[in-house]
Design a binder for this molecule. Structure first.
Ligand SMILES: C[S@@+](CC[C@H](N)C(=O)[O-])C[C@H]1O[C@@H](n2cnc3c(N)ncnc32)[C@H](O)[C@@H]1O
Length: 271
């Protein structure tokens, strides 16, 4: 892992001119989620689907520990891959770069390719519904139990497939739920560790003020840099209140069941 000063410098200077679609707020959330993982003892490799020129892969390389591997998968040609290697080298970083179309990757290939679990998976390859849903279904199986999956361009009106795929995946699969909504990324983890991540994130600088909380799939989701920030006490109360309904309770099938859940978890509108 690079020093805090080096990481903060990269974030402060917006990736030092490396082209890409990775914004400062999200860089900060990547950094602090990784610090929380360290606190929680979550170990594993780091993997990115969709590398382009390496703007986000570099930050992932900076937060990687010496015992972990950094893996970048992209359809890039050799020239584009060389650009990524050169960009990584500017920070003395290396990665295992794989030229592949994730739509062609199979479960058997993934089991063979990934030597160990992934603690941080960034999905930023194809942005269509089927691309994202397939990447989620396939690559979520290599993620560590307490690991995190981050998806790019959630809530971007140009890419409605991302949001639809996240909904479909969370609703039907149930192993991962949103716990944090960044600038244009959404962060998923297992419901069983959601409140651990959230409580620890609340002690980090980006969450010191202007944080809001909403409920998705009956789980609380943090929204930092919110225009509708609420008090820290209220957020901590919601985090505890929303603590992990068992799988299955996350699906609401009718009005009576929904009324029960509203009675149990409350329905609040903080605006
Ligand atoms: C939005 S860019 C990634 C941006 C990068 N993560 C950053 O922060 O700068 C998307 C990348 O995904 C790659 N890509 C798109 N579809 C893909 C697929 N099915 N399999 C692998 N890579 C794909 C493209 O080649 C492109 O480099």
């Amino acid at each position: 892992m690079l020093s805090a000063a080096q990481i903060e410098d990269y974030i402060k200077h917006d990736g030092n001119g490396i082209p890409g679609w990775f914004y400062q707020d999200d860089m900060l959330y990547f950094y602090y989620v990784s610090i929380v993982q360290m606190d929680l003892g979550v170990a594993g490799n780091i993997c990115e689907l969709g590398v382009f020129q390496g703007k986000s892969l570099i930050l992932l390389g900076m937060i990687k520990h010496d015992t972990e591997n950094l893996i970048g998968i992209d359809m890039f040609d050799q020239a584009a891959q060389n650009t990524v290697t050169e960009n990584l080298q500017k920070y003395n970083l290396t990665a295992e770069l794989l030229q592949a179309d994730t739509a062609q990757c199979t479960r058997e290939w993934a089991e063979d390719f990934f030597a160990g679990p992934v603690r941080f998976l960034h999905i930023d390859a194809g942005h269509g519904f089927f691309d994202v849903y397939r990447d989620l279904l396939l690559f979520s199986h290599v993620v560590a139990d307490a690991g995190v999956i981050v998806l790019d361009d959630y809530n971007d009106r140009e890419f409605p497939g991302v949001e639809a795929a996240v909904y479909e995946f969370c609703h039907h699969d149930g192993r991962y739920m949103p716990f944090l909504i960044g600038f244009n990324k959404i962060f998923l983890c297992a419901p069983s560790v959601m409140n651990l991540y959230q409580k620890k994130l609340m002690d980090t600088p980006p969450f010191s003020s202007d944080v809001s909380i909403c409920r998705l799939f009956h789980h609380p989701v943090l929204i930092p840099s919110s225009r509708h920030g609420v008090s820290r006490d209220l957020i901590l109360e919601e985090i505890v209140r929303g603590n992990t309904p068992a799988h299955g309770q996350t699906r609401t099938r009718d009005l009576d069941e929904l009324s029960d859940l509203i009675g149990k978890y409350g329905q609040r509108n903080y605006r």
